[in-house]
Design a protein around this ligand. Structure first.
Ligand code: NAI
Length: 347
C-alpha cells in the first residue's frame, strides 16, 4: 500500500513538481501552513512534507508523534522553523533538502540589486502609463564598486562569482571561512565600513538573529544598498526602517521578512495589513520586496521534489537518512559521538 503523505503550505507549482511521484506515494495537499491549529489534518498520514513557514515547534511535533507520525520532510534548506530538540524528544526524524539550486537564489539577489539600482520597478510602472520621463531614475555603475558577501556557503559562493562578472570588488565575511580559497575575507566591521552593497547569505541562528540592527547600520557606509535573500530574522526591521528614513541606507531588496509567515505566499490585496513596518517599507520607492521567491525556478522545484522523495525512500526503507537533521550533531562538539557519523540513524 502506498504511504500517505500530508503536504502543507502547498501551491499549484508544488503539486506539479511532485506529480511524477504519484505512483509511489499518496500525497494529500493542504493549502494551510502547518501550525498547532492545523496539525490534526495530518492524522492518518504516514509522514509530513513542510516548507519554510510551517511551525515545527514542540506542540506540533508532540501532536505528530501522538498520531504515530515520525518523519517530517522539509522541502527547503533552512530549518530555523524546526525545534530540533523537540523533534529528538518526540522521536520525529527531520530531513531537509540541503541544496537544490544555489544559482536560483544568488541570481535573484543580483536581480534585486540590478532592479533597485536602475529603478526598474519604477520605470516599468511609468512606461505602462506612457510616462517616459527619466527624472530620478539615475543609477550607478556596478563596475568598480564593492560588494560584501555575508556567508560564503553554497549560495554566497555563486553570488561571489556573479558579482565578479559585473566587475564588483568582493569582500567576504564568514565565521567559518573556506580555507585556501582566494576569497577576500575581512571582519564584519570592515564589510560595514567599506561596502556599497551588502548581500546576506547566512542562515538564521542565535548568532545571526538581528545581526543587522541599529548598531551595525550605523557602522555601514552612508548610502549602502542592503540585500537579504536569506531569512527575515537576520534584520531588525524597525532599525532598517530607521536606517532608510535617516538615509544611512539608500536602498533595500528583501526576499524575506521577519514577520512574513502569515503574509508571504498569500494574496492579501484585499486585506488591511496589520504590520506598520512592512506597510511603510513597501510604500518606499527605494525598497523592493519579493515574497520569498528567490528559490522559485523550474530546476530548483524539480530538485526539491527529487531530493524530498529520496529522503522519504530512505526513511520508509529503514535506511540511513543522508539529509537528516540531527539534534545531537548540532550540539555535540566531538562529532564522532554522533550517530550520523556512524552512518546510522540518529535514533
Ligand atoms: P550554506 O549552509 O551552504 O551556507 C551558509 C554559510 O553561512 C556557511 O558558510 C556558514 O559558515 C555561514 N555562516 C554561519 N554563521 C554565520 C554568521 N554568523 N555570519 C556569516 N556567515 C555565517 O547555506 P546556503 O545554501 O548558502 O543558504 C544560505 C541561506 O539562504 C539559508 O540558510 C537560507 O536561510 C537561505 N535560503 C533562502 C532561500 C530563498 O528562497 N530566499 C532559498 C534557500 C536558502
Amino acid at each position: 500500500m502506498k504511504k500517505k503523505i500530508a503536504v502543507f503550505d502547498t501551491k499549484t507549482y508544488d503539486i506539479e513538481s511532485f506529480k511524477e511521484y504519484n505512483d509511489k506515494y499518496e500525497f494529500v495537499y493542504f493549502k494551510d501552513r502547518l501550525t498547532k491549529n492545523t496539525v490534526m489534518l495530518a492524522k492518518d498520514c504516514d509522514a509530513v512534507i513542510c516548507f519554510v513557514n510551517d511551525e515545527l515547534d514542540d506542540d506540533v511535533l508532540n501532536s505528530l508523534a501522538s498520531y504515530n507520525i515520525h518523519a517530517v520532510f522539509l522541502r527547503c534548506a533552512g530549518y530555523n522553523n524546526v525545534n530540533l530538540e523537540s523533534a529528538y524528544k518526540h522521536k520525529v526524524h527531520i530531513a531537509r533538502v540541503p541544496a537544490y539550486s544555489p544559482y536560483a537564489i544568488a541570481e535573484h539577489a543580483m536581480t534585486l540589486i540590478l532592479a533597485l539600482n536602475r529603478h526598474i520597478h519604477k520605470a516599468y510602472i511609468r512606461s505602462r502609463d506612457f510616462n517616459f520621463n527619466l527624472e530620478s531614475l539615475t543609477g550607478f555603475d556596478l563596475h568598480g564598486k564593492t560588494i560584501g558577501i555575508v556567508g560564503t556557503g553554497k549560495i554566497g559562493r555563486v553570488m561571489i562569482d556573479i558579482s565578479k562578472g559585473f566587475g564588483l570588488n568582493v569582500l567576504c565575511y564568514d565565521p567559518y571561512p573556506i580555507i585556501n580559497s582566494d576569497y577576500n575575507y575581512v571582519s564584519l566591521d570592515e564589510i560595514y565600513e567599506k561596502c556599497d552593497i551588502i548581500s546576506l547569505h547566512a542562515p538564521l541562528s542565535n548568532d545571526t538573529y538581528h545581526m543587522i540592527n541599529q548598531d551595525s547600520i550605523n557602522k555601514m557606509k552612508k548610502g549602502v544598498m542592503l540585500i537579504n535573500t536569506s531569512r527575515g530574522g537576520l534584520i531588525d526591521s524597525k532599525a532598517l526602517l530607521e536606517g532608510l528614513k535617516n538615509k544611512q541606507i539608500a536602498s533595500v531588496g528583501l526576499d524575506v521578512y521577519e514577520e512574513e509567515a502569515n503574509l508571504f505566499y498569500h494574496d492579501n490585496s484585499f486585506k488591511i495589513i496589520d504590520d506598520d513596518v512592512l506597510a511603510i517599507l513597501i510604500s518606499m520607492p527605494n525598497v523592493l520586496i519579493t515574497s520569498h521567491q528567490a528559490y522559485l525556478t523550474k530546476e530548483a522545484l524539480s530538485n526539491i521534489a527529487d531530493t524530498t522523495i529520496n529522503n522519504m525512500d530512505e526513511y520508509f526503507n529503514d535506511l540511513f537518512i543522508q539529509n537528516e537533521l540531527c539534534y545531537k550533531c548540532e550540539k555535540v562538539k566531538n562529532k564522532e559521538e554522533c550517530y550520523r557519523n556512524r552512518k546510522t540513524r540518529c535514533f
